[in-house]
Design a protein around this ligand. Structure first.
Ligand code: ASP
Length: 327
């Protein structure tokens, strides 16, 4: 029998409302991972699953210490148990893509790591959590998923950690992979991953995560932005900044001036975009302002990369090399 580790962190998949017609007004992170498992007895035919509770929170309340615990546990489980076939993580959908991307950058093992959540609380009529969990385990034990990187399973689709993003506040089909599309899907015939390619090299396989994490902020572009925000953040001594520019990552004149006028050392600076899809390429100002384009990473994932780059003490050139290696 396949041996699987289920790490539970909370979210709507573990959420409860007062009655089963309530879909929005509920408390996330109520049920434990063992209760989620018990609700899907069919899982017993797929794997022998051991459950550990890493957290039980709404994913907006996840902390760096939860990430540190997750990464440590997964690395340790893979290192100490050669028979383990994979790991499934139950997670709130709101920040699932950030955790998936974090793990993709840190976990160097061909065995699948699959994140799964739900858009409806566990108490809802037609709750989507049980089927999502069943399908996540199907993916985690399938040989097809080996070596394909960290995966997200929602609503019968299988997404890769780099592209996947949540694009809707309602409805079970809230996840897409802009540009590339999902890597595959599940049906009665099993797991299909026709669009998945072998995962690219993991950039931080041995990076030790500290207790105290760097400060990396996100600034969001809009009409007449408050460019003083940039100066205030730089004065506060942040370690990294992601500009979510308009269009293909455009900064306003005021924002560029604020950066140019900054007399101190520059933290790591990335330029992403707020469009929801499409890349940011380097432009004439980048070098002068100390910016690097974030490619196809959305702002929240660019921030995850900056956090790790900062922990790894990469400088601007090191970060640029990381981008060109993964392009
Ligand atoms: N509030 C939830 C969260 O923990 C949303 C969800 O899981 O769907 O992210």
């Amino acid at each position: 029998m396949n041996r699987l580790l289920l790490l539970a962190t909370g979210g709507t998949i573990a959420g409860c409302a007062d009655n089963n017609a309530t879909l929005n007004d509920y408390t996330a992170g109520v049920l434990g991972g063992d209760a989620l498992l018990a609700a899907v007895p069919q899982l017993q035919d797929l794997a022998t699953i051991s459950v550990e509770q890493v957290a039980n929170v709404d994913s907006a309340d996840l902390l760096f210490e939860h990430w540190r615990a997750l990464v440590g546990r997964i690395r340790d489980a893979f290192r100490s148990d050669p028979e383990l076939v994979g790991v499934v993580i139950t997670h709130g959908t709101n920040t699932m893509e950030e955790t998936a991307w974090l793990l993709q950058l840190l976990i160097d093992d061909p065995r699948p790591v699959v994140l799964v959540g739900a858009m409806r609380p566990a108490t809802a009529l037609s709750a989507d959590g049980p089927l999502n969990l069943f399908q996540a385990v199907q993916v985690a034990v399938s040989p097809e998923a080996r070596g394909k990187g960290v995966l997200v399973v929602m609503d019968g689709q299988i997404h890769g950690a780099r592209a996947v993003t949540k694009v809707a506040t309602q409805g079970v089909g809230a996840f897409v992979s802009p540009g590339s599309g999902p890597l595959g899907w599940l049906d009665d015939a099993g797991v299909h991953l026709p669009m998945a390619s072998p995962a690219s090299a993991v950039p931080f396989p041995d990076l030790a995560l500290p207790e105290q994490w760097p400060q990396v902020a996100i600034v969001y572009g809009c009409v007449e932005p408050n460019a003083q925000m940039i100066t205030l953040l730089l004065e506060a001594g942040i370690d990294g900044l992601v500009f979510t520019g308009t269009g293909a990552g455009q900064l306003s004149v005021g924002e560029r001036s604020a950066l140019e006028a900054w007399p101190g050392a520059r933290p790591l600076l990335l330029r992403a975009n707020r469009c929801g899809s499409g890349p940011v390429h380097s432009n004439a100002d980048d070098q002068r302002l100390g910016l690097l384009p974030a490619g196809s990473l959305n702002p929240q994932k660019a921030r995850v990369l900056l956090l790790l780059a900062s922990i790894a003490r990469l400088d601007h050139a090191g970060l640029a090399a990381l981008f060109s290696a993964s392009a």
